[in-house]
Design a binder for this molecule. Structure first.
Ligand SMILES: O=C(O)C/C(=C\C=C(/O)C(=O)O)C(=O)O
Length: 118
């Protein structure tokens, strides 16, 4: 299962349409790296405290990590990363004038990865 983790700053709680983002993200994962639709799984983690440089306020962060079984090309992984950042732009509204820091990475799951269902 593509294991997808999204860390986001707490002030974005009402400004980040998480279900819509996850659905669009899963479509992108299926289209770009041919994952099974039903296998795409995203969890969101709300960060109560963030600091950017010296600042405890004035910034909000979203970072997305997509972990895939090994085998996709670097080009495909880079295309997916670009698509994720574009989706973040579309689904994270600026919150109270804070600077948005939107980022993503696509990496390979470790060779030891196993999963089970049921
Ligand atoms: O669910 C699957 O299709 C197989 C799988 C993971 C698949 C990916 O992570 C991928 O396509 O990159 C699994 O966890 O069983």
């Amino acid at each position: 299962m593509p294991q997808i983790t999204v860390d986001y700053s707490a002030p974005l709680a009402d400004a980040f349409d998480r279900p819509a983002f996850a659905r669009a993200l899963h479509t992108a994962v299926v289209d770009i790296v041919a994952a099974r639709p039903a296998a795409c799984m995203t969890r969101f983690r709300r960060a109560e405290e963030t600091v950017v440089g010296p600042d405890e306020a004035g910034h909000v962060l979203v970072h997305v990590e997509v972990a895939l079984l090994a085998g996709r090309s670097e080009e495909a992984k880079a295309r997916l990363t670009d698509a994720v950042v574009e989706l973040l732009r579309a689904h994270v509204r600026p919150a109270g004038g804070a600077v948005r820091h939107l980022s993503a990475e696509v990496r390979d799951l470790d060779a030891s990865y196993r999963s089970a269902e049921g």
